[in-house]
Design a protein around this ligand. Sequence first.
Ligand code: HEC
Length: 99
Amino acid sequence: MRNIGQAFIGVALAASVLGAQAEVGQPGRLLASNCFQCHGTNGKGPGFDSLAGKSANEIYKELKEFQSGKEGNGIMAKHTMVYTDAQMRQISTWFSTQK
Ligand code: HEC
């Protein structure tokens, strides 16, 4: 499980580097593009739970819980390790503005 999670994250990070060149400009979108591989482009699925249009506070709270390592199956705990609070706020706010 651990290795599978790491492989997923590796792929997701590689995808985000490619996405980065095209997606500068909208605050939060660049960081949020790290999530698209598993939660769908712009957080609209298909994939794991859809994030588009959820409340920013709720997403942020969930990210903090994942980061603490007490929530989830480990994939999100690993993924959230790399973000600062400010970045998680930006990501959450961006997803909340998606329909
Ligand atoms: C490698 C795949 C992967 C990536 C990348 C990923 N997630 Fe997830 N995410 C999951 C899985 C799997 C779950 C559900 C399992 C769990 O709870 O651990 C989940 C659950 C969540 C949940 C909880 C949803 C709910 O309704 O309970 C939120 C919020 C979330 N992810 C946000 C994000 C954000 C924001 C990013 C980008 C910073 C991201 N995820 C990147 C796989 C991923």
